[in-house]
Design a protein around this ligand. Structure first.
Ligand code: ADP
Length: 339
């Protein structure tokens, strides 16, 4: 079903409802008015008949045909009323068609945008899934054609396939996580201590950081927030993992925690490659990856991490912002409601 025909169908449906109400209302109004008119004329006729003879018209020969006058008047008034009601209903029809189309568009446009976003997402996800699968298939085909395939080459093929499988697993995990944090999801909020969660998240990226000799600097204070433990750990893993991924070896990452009356603030600052101003507004979009020509090959990712982070923050009624300059590093600032 195209959205154009859906707009028209919904418009027709709205117009139909309005016209059924308007026509029924007019029919009732017509019936009531005709009865009232009939009764009014009847009363008038009786009053005239009851006038004593001496007050009646001078010519005794003249006897008006009250019944005929009454019927003529009734017919004339009914005709006028019918015509007025038809005009009124035509006006309602024109106005309701315009208004219904406007409201049908207003009702369906958010749904249309959602469907389009979903379609884009499916296309992007399929494309990302297809890339490692195609690579695996062509490698296997080439190796199978080789009649003298030795143990060494076979092992190399298996290792390369395993790499692609790992990529697929990373992608499917990210997709599952994205689906998990739907906007309507109700998380089980509890009192949690922020620095503890950051330490747990740090443990998951520690190996990667050590491999690049990246040092962490912390400035923690004890702050409690209202949150869901696991999802907040996942949020910090995404941010710390990015900070490590996009930083050069031997650099520094600092994590700062502070708070005011209402909000807890966490700042994660790296001195990595930074993000271009033109990329900055899009980094929280699904599948968006800034084009770091030198870095793209090395840092693997699917552009899903920050969109997951944003969903987690939204579920916690917090905010997430990024400040960055190419070459100067990036800073991610999170605000969460305090417990
Ligand atoms: P990815 O898996 O590609 O890292 P993300 O959604 O986590 O996906 O990030 C989106 C993009 O934002 C990244 O591709 C990268 O270009 C940019 N980005 C995120 N964090 C940083 C950072 N700390 N430093 C530089 N660029 C970053």
């Amino acid at each position: 079903m195209t959205f154009k025909s859906a707009y028209l169908k919904l418009t027709l449906f709205y117009v139909l409802i309005i016209m059924v109400i308007s026509i029924s209302f007019s029919a009732v109004l017509y019936q009531i008015s005709s009865n009232e008119l009939d009764r009014g004329l009847d009363r008038q006729e009786r009053t005239i008949r009851d006038i004593p003879q001496e007050f009646q018209l001078q010519q005794p020969s003249f006897q008006p045909d009250f019944e005929k006058i009454r019927l003529d008047q009734l017919e004339e008034s009914s005709q006028r009323l019918r015509l007025n009601l038809i005009y009124f209903n035509l006006l309602i029809f024109v106005l309701s068609s315009l208004l219904s189309y406007f409201f049908a568009r207003r009702t369906l446009t958010p749904i249309k945008e959602m469907v389009e976003a979903q379609n884009r997402f499916t296309a992007d996800a399929s494309h990302e899934l297809k890339t490692p699968l195609t690579a695996m298939r062509s490698e296997i085909e080439v190796n199978l054609r080789d009649k003298k395939l030795g143990l060494k080459e076979s092992k190399k093929l298996l290792a390369s396939n395993l790499e692609e499988i790992n990529k697929l697993e990373t992608l499917s995990n990210a997709l599952l996580m994205l689906a998990k944090y739907q906007e309507e999801l109700k998380l089980d909020f509890k009192k949690v201590e922020l620095s503890q969660l950051i330490v747990e998240a740090y443990e998951k990226v520690e190996k990667l950081a050590e491999a690049k000799s990246i040092k962490f600097e912390n400035n923690f204070e004890k702050i409690y927030v209202q949150g869901e433990r696991q999802s907040l750990i996942e949020l910090f893993v995404i941010l710390l993992d990015n900070a490590v991924k996009y930083s050069p070896a031997n650099s520094k990452i600092s994590i700062n925690l502070s708070s005011n009356k209402k909000w807890a603030e966490a700042k994660i600052k790296d001195s990595g490659i930074g993000i271009k101003a033109s990329d900055l507004p899009h980094i929280f979009d699904r599948f968006y990856r800034a084009d770091h020509s030198r870095n793209k090959e090395k840092a693997d990712g699917y552009g899903l991490g920050l969109s997951i982070a944003k969903r987690i923050i939204k579920l916690h009624k917090g905010t997430i912002k990024a400040k960055s300059k190419p070459g100067d590093g990036s800073e991610f600032i999170i605000e969460l409601p305090k417990f």
